[in-house]
Design a protein around this ligand. Structure first.
Ligand SMILES: [Zn+2]
Length: 401
């Protein structure tokens, strides 16, 4: 008789998913795992705080290369790209943490529901024992200061059956699991907040470094005592740029000839209009053509492309189908891309913060190939867009609407 009653009570307690012994050990494993995850999150948070960019140190390190503008720009650009990578990493972490928080919240909700149902079952069970006159339960209930206290009292009564002990153990483990879920949720949220704060801090560092670069380039160009040297440097820079580009064109021609021989296909430009290469642009900050006399250098200069001011990080698109013949860095062009469209027509994209394609890639009109930036000889976020035909620069407006 007693056995039947107990068996009925026990079956009412049984979790529908797993047998009881497994459930407790599974929960204990989850608790351990979550405690480890909480520790990891706390370490990660400390690591985040210590890894923030120290702009002051960067700027003082840059001091040493100030006299050589090309070296200064190259070093500063490396710092810029490091900060941008950090920002990208933080943003990835933010979306990852947000997903984890959703998951932990769901685990917590499920655990709380389970705890409640176990609690209800426990009350039923104790009530039935009480009604049957089992005085140890009666004692336990009468003398308990709280529910937790009662559970403990029941646990220590020798007469409590093994199955009742397991029920208690299960309930207690669930409660512990609920607490750990709450702690984990809290630590994930703290990490998320830290990552959000760090993105802001890094973005501030990025801005101040970009401002520093502008100041430095402006000061360099305003230095009258350097005028002749500046003119020579400027011309040498442009000549070096031209030589680099001509080299690319030569290479592209050789590759094309090889391809033509291999499969008999000749790359040709069909005369179509270009896609606008910087869709987020806000204005044309400098147009193609002869510039007015440079206020400092006192020389009339040819601007060989169209400058489109656009927010840093906004997309740069391939103007037309073609093959990437260069995706590289130089201290004057910054991160740049050159695309071969066939029939000796090329487009060039300069000063990018990030390149998304590499040399040899086939791209289609409108494809995202890079992000706007201010690398190289540039004093603000913009795309310098150039078009070359038969070995010299031509007006990009001929191809843009
Ligand atoms: Zn330009």
């Amino acid at each position: 008789m007693v056995v039947t009653v107990l068996a009925a009570a026990v079956s009412a307690w049984r979790c529908p998913f797993v047998s009881r012994a497994d459930e407790v050990s599974d929960l204990k494993k989850s608790i351990e795992q979550k405690q480890q995850e909480i520790k990891d999150a706390q370490n990660q948070k400390k690591h985040l705080q210590s890894g923030l960019t120290d702009v002051k140190t960067i700027i003082s390190e840059l001091e040493q290369s100030k006299r050589d503008l090309a070296a200064y720009v190259t070093q500063l650009d490396a710092n810029l790209s490091e900060i941008q990578d950090k920002i990208a990493g933080f943003k990835e972490m933010i979306s990852q943490k947000e997903a984890e928080i959703v998951q932990t919240q769901a685990e917590l909700d499920a655990a709380v529901a389970k705890e409640e149902s176990q609690y209800e079952n426990m009350k039923v069970r104790i009530k039935s024992m009480y009604e049957r006159g089992d005085d140890f339960y009666f004692e336990a209930i009468l003398n308990a200061k709280s529910f937790a206290d009662m559970i403990n009292r029941v646990d220590y009564v020798e007469k409590v059956s093994a199955s009742d002990r397991r029920m208690l153990e299960e309930f207690r483990t669930t409660r512990e699991y609920v607490e750990v879920c709450k702690a984990q949720l809290e630590s994930e949220q703290e990490l998320l907040e830290e990552a959000k704060k760090d993105v802001e801090a890094e973005e501030t560092s990025l801005e101040s470094l970009i401002a520093q670069k502008k100041t430095e380039i402006d000061a360099y160009e305003a230095d009258i005592s350097n005028r002749e040297q500046l003119v020579r440097e400027y011309e040498a820079e442009l000549a070096a740029q031209d030589a680099e580009i001509k080299e690319m064109e030569k290479l592209a021609k050789t590759l094309q000839a090889q391809l033509e021989q291999a499969n008999g296909q000749k790359k040709t430009y069909d005369g179509g209009m270009f896609a606008w290469p910087a869709p987020s642009y806000t204005r044309i900050s400098d147009d193609y053509g002869m510039r007015e006399e440079h206020p400092i250098l006192k020389t009339a200069q040819m601007h060989n492309g169209v400058d489109m001011a656009a927010p840093g990080g906004s997309p740069i698109l391939a103007a037309y189908n073609g093959t990437v013949v260069a995706a590289a860095y130089s201290s004057s062009m910054g991160n740049y891309i050159m695309i071969d469209h066939g029939d000796n027509l090329y487009t060039i994209y300069m000063h990018a913060s990030k390149l998304y394609v590499s040399q040899g890639a086939e791209v289609v009109k409108g494809q995202k190939i890079a992000a706007v930036g201010t690398t190289g000889r540039s004093t603000g976020n913009h795309l310098h867009f150039g078009v070359r035909l038969n070995g010299s620069y031509v007006n990009p407006w001929n191809y843009l609407k």
